[in-house]
Design a protein around this ligand. Sequence first.
Ligand code: FES
Length: 112
Amino acid sequence: MIHPATPPLTLLCTLDDLPEGSSKGFGSDNVFAVNYGGKIYVYRNHCPHLGIQLEWAANQFLDNSGSMIQCANHGALFVINSGQCVSGPCTGQSLHAIPHQIINDSIWITAS
Ligand code: FES
């Protein structure tokens, strides 16, 4: 769905679809979102190590503690609120943050 506001925005999901402490992938846009600490973060689903998707299982982007983004391929760990890799083969590199807005309890990104 495209929001009528400009610039064009693309709907990811409602906030109800992304509860606190969860993550969700959106394959058609190649992005994923995380709800952590009451804030929403959206990143491109592209690990800086090999340039491939981070998850092996649907919507599983967090480590066992739920406090870090984890790449399932080689275990790289990323800080949720910055996207910076702090452990693994791409330490010091970062995920690509996607600008987003919360409108009417839904998460929207700039249409690509
Ligand atoms: S592809 Fe992500 S850590 Fe290797």
